[in-house]
Write a protein that binds this ligand. Structure first.
Ligand code: AN7
Length: 356
């Protein structure tokens, strides 16, 4: 067995392109280094010849891509002497902030929209000991409150308006190019606050400084929460994909820049299309992501079929969060609930034989 090359997290690996020094105490839980998985069964369904890879960010320590940015944001907060962090969140940021604060030994305050975050994410924030503040409002209200309160209290904001979040998250692009051995033709991801598309574009443009190589960036939104499709902020975002139930994206200008400079586009999917893509990935590839994440794959399949993404393309989709985050939505879209039968050989045989 190989020894001596233990993975120490993404700051350690990418320190040459991150704002840390040799003496910085790294707050890490082994985030990053997630697999880039080639889809084997789904591409054929399009009838076109394409390579689709998914970057399975659900395999980060707290189950989402947020850990990439959070390790940097909390590392820098601690380095700067902060004793408390704060964020607004649709769920994943709160889970990640709570975990990294616990690791660092500082306090985390998380503002979440009452009744609108997935069960697993709430469980995480509670278990990691965050101070949970439920508000009678949505993410956008929470974000404004966080900005306001940070002017009156000694707390560091760890939403993606914190530039260290973007720095950490750009490492996903570095990992993809390393794993593929080339820059993908298309990079597709779900868009809420647009921090992640901003971070990926930063990573790709840093790497491509000399060659000019970069992917075309494509962002998919939920139909009920699609300010980039409307061309302006919206007030009452609504979608089953609660992670991206956001009407006022914080990285608005940066996401438009990524779209324009890369020659990409934004598009939207209905909740039904999002859930169908989530189920497809689960059933055909054995990969369980949360609804918001599946928007990238659902959108890509449509854009391959309609020819917007041409044959021969190498496509990467970011699967932003793990399916286990939201068991309620998963179970509610599966038609048949498992029936209990007698614990006898006859009953089990009967249950199996007519399904073979
Ligand atoms: C699974 O946790 O905004 O476009 O507060 O959890 O960078 O916002 C989550 C966002 C996509 C959108 N997929 O990324 C939060 C939060 C999942 C997410 C997004 C989120 P951005």
């Amino acid at each position: 067995m190989a020894t001596g090359n233990r993975y120490l997290g993404l700051i350690d690996k990418f320190r040459a392109v991150l704002p840390v020094s040799d003496s910085t105490r790294l707050i890490s839980i082994g985030e990053g280094n997630t697999p880039l998985i080639k889809l084997e069964n789904i591409p054929a369904l399009t009838g076109k010849n394409v390579d689709i890879y998914v970057k399975y960010e659900g395999l980060n320590p707290t189950g989402s891509f947020k850990d990439r940015g959070m390790t940097m944001a909390v590392t820098k907060a601690v380095e700067e002497g902060s004793k408390a962090i704060i964020c607004a969140s649709t769920g994943n940021t709160s889970a990640s902030a709570a975990a990294y604060a616990a690791r660092a030994g500082i306090k985390a305050f998380v503002l979440i929209p009452e009744g609108k975050i997935a069960l697993g994410k709430l469980a995480q924030a509670m278990m990691h000991g965050a101070e949970i503040i439920q508000i009678k409002g949505n993410f956008d209200h929470g974000m404004q409150l966080v900005k306001d309160v940070a002017e009156h209290a000694p707390v560091t904001i760890v939403n993606s308006i914190n530039p260290y979040r973007i720095q950490g998250q750009k490492t996903a692009a570095y990992e993809i190019v390393e794993a593929l051995g080339k820059v993908p033709d298309y990079h597709c991801l779900p868009v809420g606050n647009a921090g992640n598309i901003t971070a990926h574009w930063l990573g790709y443009t840093e790497m491509g400084k000399i060659s000019g190589d970069h992917p075309i960036m494509v962002g998919y939104q939920a139909a009920g929460a699609a300010p980039f499709l409307k061309g302006e902020m919206i007030d009452d975002p609504e979608t089953v994909a609660t992670a991206i139930r956001i009407g006022r994206p914080q990285s608005w200008d940066q996401a438009w820049a990524a779209q324009k400079e890369s020659g990409g586009w934004f598009d939207l999917l209905s909740d039904e299309e999002i859930l169908a893509a989530q189920k497809l990935l689960s059933e055909k590839e054995g990969i369980f992501c949360e609804p918001a994440s599946a928007a990238s794959v659902g959108g890509v399949l449509r854009d391959i079929k309609n020819g917007k993404i041409p044959e021969g393309s190498t496509i990467v989709c970011t699967l932003t969060g793990h399916g286990l985050k939201d068991p309620d939505t998963a179970i509610s879209q599966c038609a048949v609930n498992p029936q209990a039968i007698d614990a006898s050989l006859d009953a089990v045989k009967a249950a199996i034989l007519d399904k073979l």
